[in-house]
Design a protein. Structure first.
Length: 434
């Protein structure tokens, strides 16, 4: 997608057609990093290329990976048995996955690594990860002492041992430790001091690790992990599946309009927790069809049904579910949302502010967003808050709203789904550049 800034979205009565879901951001990040740690050549087919994954790709190069694009959609990564000390500061841009996955990995290099990022990333917490790393014998700190990037990591290896970490801030901290500790000098045990939220993302990490010959043991509820030491990554090839988190915005857009669309490249047996968007929309009265590699949506003929859902394991679905709730007649509740205050924006505040402009009654109470609607929001002048998921949620809401809406700052969608506007226009959405 070219760099749009502001767009006008007109009420769109129906969408129709077939679109391919973009590749999974979660799988792409993890495949790039595991391949970087694998001596030999790994081939990655159809990775997602967006601002966040490019940040990971550039960081992997700085850690010694040799990366070349063989042809369209096929990347070849020559990894190393041990990361190199980067020659410069690693700029993770605004990608929290990049900095949280690679901060522990940098401890495996010989020298000192400095990792930083853009303004929003430098506001996001990394302190619990640094605390856990110190328990494993790694010298590391936040340069400003505030538990946020930039961070400094002293290399020389990881001793191993026992580390305790909170599970309710970000599952990415656990994934970062799981990437690095298989090469520790001693076994590593990771204990969660609070229940792990977003478990499906850790399952994806463990799946990628297994494909590279790395074994990690976890108890059934993911309260503890055991990582044997002295393991060696092996090269592996990956075909990146489609992304349910991004596809959810397409499915939602069809659900709130009189539409029939098919989104391909979505595996029925995916490990992605965000595939629950299918069952959520069904509960709201949307006709859903699921095949081995696609999801089909037929918009509800009457008002959508309100819903009550706990999304603590699926935080990326909160913005899109809030958008859909605006078109349900009655009161919907989305629970487990407190972590959204520490995303690219304060997503709770952003959703409350933007959806209120559309005439929806919305409030934040006891770790939940409550939405009361008559099912017919109106168009408004909306802001993306420089947050890709807020931008896409605003676009979806605007498609079904009465009248037209202006959405400002939509270039941020390049962070995860650069072709979103192009794809939804191809289905018939009435969107023009302002």
């Amino acid at each position: 997608m070219k760099r749009l800034t502001d767009i006008i979205v007109k009420e769109t009565p129906s969408l129709e057609g077939i679109v391919k879901a973009p590749p999974s951001k979660s799988f792409t990040h993890r495949a790039f990093i595991a391949s970087t740690l694998s001596p030999g050549v790994s081939v990655i087919k159809d990775p997602l290329i967006c601002d966040d994954t490019l940040a990971t790709l550039d960081a992997c190069r700085m850690l010694g990976a040799k990366i070349r694009q063989k042809e369209a959609g096929i990347f070849e990564i020559q990894g190393r048995s041990k990361p190199l000390t980067p020659e410069d500061v690693i700029n993770c841009r605004d990608s929290a996955s990049t900095i949280r996955f690679l901060t522990p990995v940098c401890a495996l290099a010989e020298g000192i690594s400095v990792l930083t990022g853009g303004e929003s990333l430098r506001r996001r917490p990394i302190g619990p990860l640094l605390d856990a790393m110190r328990q494993l014998g790694i010298r590391c700190y936040s340069t400003r002492g505030d538990g946020c990037p930039p961070v400094v990591v002293f290399g020389g290896g990881i001793k191993g041992g026992r580390a305790s970490i909170r599970g309710d801030v970000s599952s990415q901290f656990v994934s970062g430790l799981l990437f690095a500790t298989p090469m520790a000098q001693g076994d590593t045990d990771i204990e969660m001091t609070t229940a792990l939220e977003s478990k499906p993302y850790v399952e994806i990490t463990m799946s990628i690790l297994r494909s590279h010959g790395i074994e990690v043991e976890a108890d059934p509820d993911f309260r503890s992990f055991h990582v044997p030491c002295d393991q060696r990554y092996a090269p592996s090839n990956h075909m990146i599946e489609g992304d349910y988190s991004s596809a959810a915005f397409l499915l939602a857009a069809a659900a709130i309009t009189d539409s029939k669309i098919r989104v391909t490249n979505l595996r029925e047996d995916s490990l992605q927790g965000d595939r629950i968007i299918v069952s959520l929309l069904k509960k709201m009265g949307v006709k859903m069809g699921v095949g081995k590699n696609f999801v089909e949506v037929e918009g509800a003929e009457t008002h959508l049904q309100p819903f009550d859902a706990d999304l603590r394991d699926n935080p990326d679905l909160v913005p899109v579910c809030a958008a859909v709730a605006c078109f349900a007649y009655g009161r919907s509740v989305i629970r487990g949302v407190k972590r959204l205050r520490f995303k690219e924006s304060d997503r709770v505040a952003a959703l409350l502010g933007e959806l209120t402009k559309m005439g929806v009654k919305i409030r934040f109470v006891n770790d939940a967003i409550e939405i009361e609607s008559d099912g017919r929001p109106h168009g408004a002048d909306l802001s993306s808050h420089d947050d890709h998921r807020i931008a896409m949620a605003c676009i979806v809401s605007a498609l079904g709203a009465e009248g037209k809406s202006v959405i400002r700052g939509v270039e941020c969608i390049n962070k995860s789904y650069p072709n979103f506007v192009t794809d939804i226009i191809s289905l018939g959405a009435e969107i023009v550049e302002r």
